[in-house]
Design a binder for this molecule. Structure first.
Ligand SMILES: *Cc1c(COP(=O)(O)O)cnc(C)c1O
Length: 229
């Protein structure tokens, strides 16, 4: 199946259950993203700043770009003018820099807190306590140019469905708790970004509102990177 065929299959399936599709075009050329765009996709995810900046310059300007990979504070400035959603906020320090760069660009940048739910030490993210500590901190209250609109999590890469399901469940429980404690009156706090090619169905069953799908749409990743992921 072509990229356009794959895209339409997922888009229809996800539209029917009200879940947003983030097409993860990382490690694929801009042409591949354009094929998905021409099939109707407008939301794309990238995990590297440089790759996102290059594609953003080449592709139609109405694309919503989501940064889904670990973000270094010194690179926030490159994406601050255009990024639609930073899904991978994993420290107060990073959020502070996003706030500063967003202010310079006269905008408010939407963010998700990335929560560590996997049973692996390679994945970035905040622990449950750290997320709550961040939201309670005085410094967080001073940020005027960032808006937290939900949580993101990456489950363990495992064939054990029970474990994946439990991890997604934990993220949903945390989301519900944070919603009640910190964002009760804010309708904008509503996103749970969880689920990728291999586990999106389980994620949706557990309450995902946004899935990030790469290889099932674009095939195996082809760009060899100047830098390890
Ligand atoms: C690469 C990536 C995805 C997409 O993974 P696939 O298995 O190709 O669907 C989703 N989320 C994050 C954070 C990623 O880095």
């Amino acid at each position: 199946m072509s990229i356009a065929d794959n895209l339409l299959k997922y888009k229809n399936e996800l539209d029917s259950v009200g879940v947003k599709l983030v097409a993860v075009s990382k490690n694929h050329p801009a042409d591949a993203a354009l094929e998905a765009y021409n099939a109707g996709q407008r939301v794309f995810g990238e995990n590297l700043v440089q790759e996102m900046v290059e594609k953003q310059a080449q592709l139609p300007q109405d694309i919503e770009w989501h940064l889904i990979g670990h973000l270094q504070t010194n690179k926030v400035k490159y994406i601050a003018p255009f990024v639609k959603l930073i899904e991978s906020v994993d420290s107060l320090k990073l959020l502070k820099e996003i706030d500063k760069q967003a202010a310079k660009n006269n905008r408010v940048i939407d963010c998700l807190l990335q929560i560590y739910i996997a049973d692996e030490d390679t994945k970035f993210g905040l622990g449950f306590d750290e997320a709550i500590e961040l939201l309670r901190s005085e410094e967080f209250q001073t940020f005027k140019n960032v808006r937290i609109v939900g949580l993101m999590g990456i489950a363990t890469n495992t064939a054990l469905e029970g474990q994946t399901k439990a991890e997604f469940q934990e993220l949903k429980v945390l989301f519900d708790g944070i919603k009640v404690s910190f964002f009760r009156k804010e309708d904008s706090f509503k996103e749970i970004s969880m689920g990728m090619s291999s586990d999106y169905k389980l994620a949706i069953e557990q309450g995902s509102t946004m899935v990030r799908i790469g290889s099932n749409i674009f095939g195996k990743r082809v760009i060899k990177h100047w830098k390890a992921e």
